[in-house]
Structure formats: C-alpha cells, structure tokens
Design a protein around this ligand. Structure first.
Ligand code: FES
Ligand SMILES: [Fe+2]
Length: 403
C-alpha cells in the first residue's frame, strides 16, 4: 500500500532540472554534504590500487595504502595538478605526474624532488585533506564533511541488507556499466522511484505495474524503499520464474519471488531479487548532463562444483543482458523529460504512487535551504513559495495537496 492519501505538487520547480545556479547549489549542499558511494572495495583490494571520482566540485582519490583504504583530496599541494588521472589504477607510490611529489597515507608529503628548492617547507600546512571513508559490504562511501550521521545511521535498516548482498558468499561483483546521459541527474533517479511508467516504457520486459495492492512503500529519513512480490499473469513470466527457481536450486540457493528497490539519498539506487543486486549511482556533470554507473552483483553458487559455478556465471550474463535492455528502455524517455522541464511553467504533479519522488525532492529542497535559507531561496528560486510538507502542511492558502 502507499502511505499518502493525497497527490502532491512537486517540491522542486522545473528550473531545478536545468538551471546552472541550481546545479551549483546542489553540488555544494547536497553532494558535498552527504555520503557518496564512490566505488567498490573489491576493485582496490591490492596495495597500491586506487579509484578516483568527483564529489560535488571536489576530486577525490581512494587508495589502498598497505591494506588501509584512505580517501584524500586528489589535488597536489604544489601546483594543483591531479594526483591520479584515471578512474582506476595501481601505482607503487601516490605520486604527482607533474613534478613528482609523493604523498603518504596521512596526506603528508614524502619525497619531494630537489627539495632544497623549498627551504623551511611546512609539511603540515601542505598536506592533502583526508575525508571520512566507510564501507558497507563491498560498497565504499566517502563524505567530504566530518559532521553528520554515520553511514550506519544514514542507511538505517538497509545497512545489513546491502552488506549481505554485496559480499561473498552471497553476491559477487560481475559487471559495471558507465553511461553518460544528456539529462539532469535527478531525471534518472526519479525514473526509478515509481512503477507507474512500466506499462508504457517496459511493456515487453516488466509488463505491468504491480499496483497499490501489491506494492509496499517505506519512507525513512535518508532512504525510501519499494517492495513487491508481483506475479504477472503472463505465461512468459511464469515460465521465467520456474526457470529461475530451477537455476537457483542448482546454485544451492533459495528462490524468493520478492523484488526490492531502495533509494539512498541523494543518488544511490539498489534493486534486488534472489538472483541479482544492482547498485546504481547517478552523478551530475553539468546542470543537464550526468553519468550513471550500474554495478551488478550476481548470486554466487553455494555448491563448489563446476556445473553450479558455470550455471551461476551464465545466469549472471543472461540477467546482465536483460537489465541492460530495461535500462535502455528507461533511458529512451529521459531526454524527452529534460526537454519538457525547460518549457514547463508549472511544477509537476505527483500521484500517490509517486510519493517516493516527493520524499526525494523534499530532501533536496531541505538540503539546499539548510544553513542559508534566505540566500538559497533567492538564488535557486526553490523555496520561496513552497510548503514545508504536503503531509503536514497546515497553511490554509497552500495548494500543495491535489486530491
Ligand atoms: S603540481 Fe604536483 S608536483 Fe608539481
Ligand atoms: Fe523503468
């Protein structure tokens, strides 16, 4: 069942989907203030391996220093060159490619070539800033600020689920897809927060919207979730379920018909069935471009024989092809939404089934206002005429609820 008895006017105005000043505020107040899933521990398990990404406006490198994972600002203290330039790699030292300064796990410089050029050098002053880094299963999270909820608090009840699904013996990372999209980052996020679009966008793959009676929504402080055990009447779906049950039996695993989809604010999406877990992030690049990374964890065989292991591998490959097809179906609609946002004069209307979008937009809106309410409202135009919440609004003049 859905939780809200009413429909909503969207908390965010259309310009939040294309305006440059709004995107800049989001980088600062949303991305630079929240836990960000930056990559996989399994991808940097060897000493010297690293990954790099941007959190908001800040380049970050996460590196394995002799078994210890450390997140540092990826900007050389000398003349600000990037310390690592690829998304993944391995190097003996964390060494700047420009003049060769080297850095240790504490962010302080180690070897500086021709160091006599820098008399009385202050190593403390010119050390790389380090950031909080936490791990849940295989997933690595970094936050640029020290203060705030721990990752466990941020993920709440979902922590244990994510830990199990992304760790052996349950699941193993199988494939990562990185896709650039010509749309604001919130459009792909919102496209996954409701099943209302399924009949139009996924008629051949998902087929039908499970509807309210077979949907369960949960709305927490930093996350929202959708649960269903939907069984379509289509023969092909019934056959697939029989097939999936058979495959999982070969793996020594138990079939469960339920599907879960979780959104961790602001930009992490995790969907799960008994066969696979998909971990997706969407990162803004500009106000109307973004990059999404979809990582698939495939269910592993609990039986240690070649047939079971081979079956697990092939089943993972099949599901990977299927999920790519579904992803492409979703992507096909995004640019049309982006185009419409630029021309829209009214806020969107969100149905009861879209209450997870409302919770997401409200989170973004709250983050943007936080700390500097008046300037945020003036600069981004996000809040000046908005209600606090459609669920709790007591302003008689407000039209946020739409019955
Ligand atoms: S900019 Fe890094 S060593 Fe000069
Ligand atoms: Fe979809």
């Amino acid at each position: 069942m859905y939780q809200s008895p009413v429909a909503f006017e969207a908390p965010l105005p259309p310009r939040m989907f294309f305006a440059e000043d709004a995107a800049a505020l989001e980088q600062q107040r949303v991305f630079e203030a929240t836990w960000q899933m930056v990559g996989l521990a399994s991808s940097i398990r060897e000493p010297g391996q690293y990954l790099s990404t941007d959190i908001g406006r800040v380049p970050v490198v996460v590196r394995n220093f002799d078994g210890q994972l450390i997140a540092l600002k990826n900007v050389c203290a000398h003349r600000h060159c990037s310390l690592v330039v690829s998304a993944h790699g391995k190097s003996e030292k964390l060494k700047c490619p420009y003049h060769g300064w080297e850095y240790g796990a504490d962010g302080r410089t180690r070897r500086i070539p021709a160091a006599r050029n820098f008399p009385d050098f202050d190593r403390e002053r010119y050390k790389l800033p380090a950031f909080p880094l936490e791990q849940c299963g295989d997933l690595l999270f970094v936050r640029l600020i020290d203060n705030g909820p721990s990752l466990r608090e941020w993920l709440g009840d979902l922590y244990g689920r994510f830990e199990k699904w992304t760790s052996l013996p349950y699941g193993k990372h199988a494939v990562t897809r990185t896709i650039s999209l010509p749309v604001n980052w919130k459009i792909p996020i919102e496209g996954s927060l409701e099943s209302y679009h399924i009949p139009e966008v996924h008629p051949q793959t998902f087929g039908e919207d499970p509807g309210e009676s077979k949907s369960e929504h949960s709305l927490a402080k930093y996350t929202t979730s959708f649960f269903t055990a939907f069984n379509t009447p289509r023969l092909i779906d019934k056959l697939l379920k029989v097939y999936e049950r058979f495959i999982l039996t070969i793996l020594g695993a138990t079939f469960d018909p339920s599907y879960e989809h979780h959104h961790v604010f602001p930009n992490l999406l995790i969907s799960h069935t008994s066969s696979l877990t998909l971990v997706q992030t969407v990162r803004p690049v500009t106000c109307d471009t973004c990059i999404t990374e979809v990582r698939q964890y495939s269910r592993q065989s609990l039986r240690n024989n070649p047939i079971s292991r081979g079956t697990a591998f092939l089943w993972g490959r099949f599901l990977s092809a299927l999920t790519l097809k579904i992803l492409k179906e979703d992507i096909s609609i995004f640019s049309h939404v982006q185009r419409g946002e630029r021309a829209a004069t009214e806020r969107s209307i969100l149905g009861r089934c879209e209450e997870r979008l409302f919770a997401f937009e409200k989170f973004i809106d709250d983050q943007i206002r936080e700390g500097s309410e008046s300037s945020a409202a003036t600069t981004a135009g996000t809040r000046s005429e908005l209600c606090e919440s459609a669920w709790s609004c007591t302003d008689a003049t407000c039209n946020t609820e739409v019955r």
